[in-house]
Design a protein around this ligand. Structure first.
Ligand SMILES: Nc1ncnc2c1ncn2[C@@H]1O[C@H](COP(=O)(O)OP(=O)(O)OP(=O)(O)O)[C@@H](O)[C@H]1O
Ligand SMILES: [Mg+2]
Length: 559
């Protein structure tokens, strides 16, 4: 079956109507009186009728919106439309049941073979989307402009030749221009002195060449004629399809206050650091005086302690001297023997003298006294070595120490405090490794803890025991000092490490001992903990790392 071909001559109105209906945009033609002579389906919809036939011959459309009506209903002769080859276009919004659509109407003249105008042909293009897009773009542009204008900082745009393209209101004000329109097209040479303008231009050339923005501080005159500091950021702008910048955007922020505040902060920081130094100094003075105070408390005891062995030594020396005198008398008599006229008598007299002075006993007495003297001297040496160990004068650096020796040294110094009523028990780990520490500081900590334990027994039951335990545990040494003294109530326990907290009478305690001990242990990267029960006793436990990163902490010596 062959498909019939439509007749292609002008007498086939059906074909022409079909062709017209394929045009998606409304199209209609009018004769010189304004009567519609041809239209398509879209035009029928535009005119609000169902079929094209309802339009044909019609020249009056009272129901149309006035603008469209004015376009379609001819009130003047068609010739008044102007030149034959010109067309007129207008934008008209038309109401449809499903909303408003905007059309661009293009009206062309219809000219016959002889050149006479016989009517018009109108094509309406639906530009609703374009109009909406345009409105959206305008809205966005307005929003952007409002936004930029409301930025309190001056903002400007320049082209590749550093000519101003745009800017915000603040920028115009900064340049003392009435509006940004007075700035557009000009360059910095129109506003700033030559050198400054040239430096700006050179900076911007570099930005254009490198495509990399810069931020720098500049000094400039503000709108209120004051010299102010600005931080200006210039960023290149790239077009959507270009690799090199097509201009730049600059934002200048007034940082005068910020700089002043920064300066102020710097001054404050320096002041603070000075105050901190002073505080540190005061603290070290306090620590020193605490140490001196505890030394002071000890001095009396130590003097007494040294006095005893010294008396021993003196008494010994005295008794040896006396024994020697007797021995010397015997020797003298012995020496005279060979010259004696009556040797027998002389020997009897010598035996008599020996008996009298207790010659043989004298040797035993000298031996015994020598033992006493040695003992006394040893005790003095112990005390002196304990003292020097405690203070390790001049030694303010990390060193390896034998903790057990240090504890013994402290105990020697405290001996006169513990004497009769306090028993010291040692539970020392025989494998305790040597410790890297600040020995004099650690001794001070041990002294504070043991002194407190002694006080807790003296002020409590009056008699008791202090048990000192050492133990190597992984990378730490654990030392605990336990006493069965008066113990602490919870409210005391909560405050013991506070500086100046003391329950002791004025003159006896400064309340700094444990605060200092705490900071010493902290400086060693260690920990101190406390268990105590009122009436039963207390245990202070130290955990101290065996090794120290002495290089890193070289500058942070403990107090
Ligand atoms: N082992 C202990 N048993 C009971 N109470 C203790 C013990 N150790 C410390 N305290 C309490 O903690 C307080 C603070 O101790 P700290 O060593 O800091 O100061 P202090 O001994 O009073 O004075 P100082 O400055 O002379 O050492 C003590 O006054 C005491 O009340
Ligand atoms: Mg104390």
């Amino acid at each position: 079956m062959s498909i019939p071909k439509p007749a292609t001559n002008e007498n086939n109105p059906f074909l022409w109507q079909k062709v017209l209906d394929t045009i998606p945009d409304p199209f209609f033609a009018q004769d010189s009186d304004g009567a519609i002579i041809a239209a398509n389906d879209s035009a029928a919809k535009l005119f609000g009728v169902d079929r094209v036939a309802q339009l044909i011959g019609n020249s009056s459309f009272p129901y149309l919106v006035p603008e469209l009506r004015a376009l379609v209903e001819r009130t003047e002769p068609v010739e008044s439309l102007g030149e034959a080859d010109s067309s007129q276009s207008s934008e008209i919004a038309v109401q449809f049941p499903d909303g408003t659509r905007t059309f661009e109407f293009k009206q062309n003249r219809l000219i016959d073979d002889t050149g006479n105008m016989i009517g018009t042909a109108t094509l309406a293009k639906d530009i609703t989307k374009n109009v909406e897009d345009k409105l959206q773009i305008e809205l966005e542009r307005e929003q952007l402009k409002t936004l930029i204008d409301n930025i309190p900082d001056p903002v400007f745009f320049k082209d590749t030749e550093s000519r101003y393209l745009n800017g915000n209101a603040m920028f115009a004000t900064c340049l003392r221009a009435n509006s940004i329109e007075d700035v557009v097209g000009k360059t910095d040479f129109d506003f700033f002195d030559y050198d400054l303008a040239r430096s700006f231009r050179e900076d911007e050339k570099k930005i254009m060449e490198s495509g990399v923005g810069v931020t720098q501080e500049e000094i400039n005159i503000s709108p209120d004629d004051k010299v102010r500091d600005y931080q200006t950021t210039k960023t290149p702008i790239f077009g959507s399809d270009s690799d090199s910048p097509i201009g730049l955007v600059g934002i200048a922020r007034d940082i005068t206050e910020l700089k002043t505040a920064r300066e102020e902060l710097r001054t404050r920081a320096t002041e603070l650091s000075k105050t901190l130094d002073k505080l540190k100094y005061a603290q070290s003075q306090l620590v020193q005086s605490e140490k001196m105070a505890s030394l002071g408390v000890l001095t009396a005891g130590i003097a007494h302690e040294i006095n005893n062995p010294i008396n021993f030594v003196y008494a010994g020396v005295h008794s040896i001297a006396k024994d020697f005198e007797d021995v010397r008398a015997v020797f003298k008599k012995t020496e005279q023997l060979p010259e004696a006229e009556n040797p027998k008598l002389a020997i009897e007299e010598l035996d008599q003298l020996k008996k009298e002075v207790g010659f043989h006993e004298a040797f035993t007495a000298i031996d015994e006294t020598l033992v006493d003297i040695r003992l006394g001297a040893k005790r003095i040496t112990e005390i002196v070595s304990g003292l020097s160990k405690f203070s390790r004068l001049g030694q303010e650096s990390w060193d390896v120490t034998n903790l057990h020796e240090d504890i013994e040294g402290v105990l020697v110094l405290l001996k006169n405090k513990t004497k009769n009523n306090i028993r010291i028990e040692r539970d020392f780990d025989p494998n305790l490794p040597a410790l890297v520490c600040f020995p004099s500081k650690l001794n001070q900590a041990l002294m504070n803890l043991i002194s407190n334990a002694i006080d807790a027994i003296d002020d409590g039951p009056g008699k008791g025991c202090i048990r000192i335990t050492t133990q190597a545990k992984e990378k730490t040494v654990v030392v605990s000092i336990a006493d069965d003294g008066m113990g602490m109530e919870d409210n005391v326990k909560a405050k013991v490490f506070d500086p100046f907290f003391t329950t002791k009478r004025v003159g006896k305690g400064t309340g700094l001992g444990l605060a200092i001990t705490y900071s010493i242990i902290q400086d060693h990267g260690g920990r101190i903990s406390l268990e105590s029960e009122s009436g039963k006793g207390s245990v202070f436990t130290l955990e101290i790392p065996i090794e120290q990163n002495t290089e890193e902490s070289q500058n942070s010596k403990p107090l």
